[in-house]
Design a binder for this molecule. Structure first.
Ligand code: SF4
Length: 220
């Protein structure tokens, strides 16, 4: 596994590659971000961003969304995967925001995960991006990159990946690193075709070295 120092060296290189890394879900306030993150489960940020302007125009507050019927919500999010369940979840989430939190998005992980459709990953995105509270949300990109670089163990659970990253990275860099790992995984170390041959991290990446060996063997 990469040491704490080597992990930060790797992440510093990613910062240089993606200095503009940021959350890609469009939102104007914590309520909009919370709903957008719930909608983004098993869907792309692009598809969510296409749907949310009309959704939030129709239901600009938790009160509006809670008062809407599922049938009224569905047409606004029909282009996003799993829209029927998500319509139920975001309505129920808005209802609980009103009933339990005075219509405000709560600022603790414990309270956030009590909301329908909100797991630890969603809660961490909201904490970091809506409130600037240090958190690392582990999505498919963060998990894949962390494992390929052996920042964490290959058989680590999602929670273990998060805990390992939190141990190895200073807290004030958690949110920035979360976005950077996502950009690095989405645009460079992709699931199917990681760009190992031009990767500045190749010398510290066992997965990349293995892939390059296979690649060179296939060519010779
Ligand atoms: Fe990803 Fe390949 Fe770079 Fe390793 S060398 S981090 S597998 S792109």
């Amino acid at each position: 596994m990469l040491s704490k120092q080597k992990t930060m060296e790797a992440i510093e290189k990613m910062y240089q590659m993606f200095p503009e890394a940021h959350g890609e879900l469009q939102h104007n306030n914590p309520y909009e971000l919370l709903i957008a993150v719930i909608l983004s489960a098993q869907a792309t940020d692009v598809s969510v961003n296409k749907a949310t302007p009309a959704l939030f125009e129709a239901f600009p507050t938790p009160e509006d969304l809670a008062a809407a019927s599922v049938e009224e919500i569905i047409p606004k999010i029909k282009t996003i995967g799993l829209y029927r369940n998500k319509a139920k979840n975001i309505k129920a989430c808005a209802q609980q925001l009103i009933e339990n939190f005075g219509g405000q998005v709560p600022t603790t992980r414990e309270a956030l995960v009590s909301l329908p459709g909100v797991g630890r990953k969603t809660a961490n995105v909201v904490l970091g991006d809506a409130f600037g509270i240090p958190a690392i949300a582990v999505d498919t990109h963060v998990e894949r990159v962390s494992k390929r670089l052996r920042i964490c163990k290959l058989n680590a659970s999602v929670l273990e990946v998060e805990e390992t990253l939190m141990r190895k990275i200073p807290e004030d860099l958690w949110v920035k690193t979360h976005h950077t790992l996502i950009f690095f995984g989405r645009y460079h170390c992709t699931a199917r075709n990681p760009r190992c041959e031009v990767c500045p991290l190749l010398d510290m990446c066992q997965e990349g070295k293995n892939r390059m060996k296979l690649h060179n063997k296939a060519k010779s």
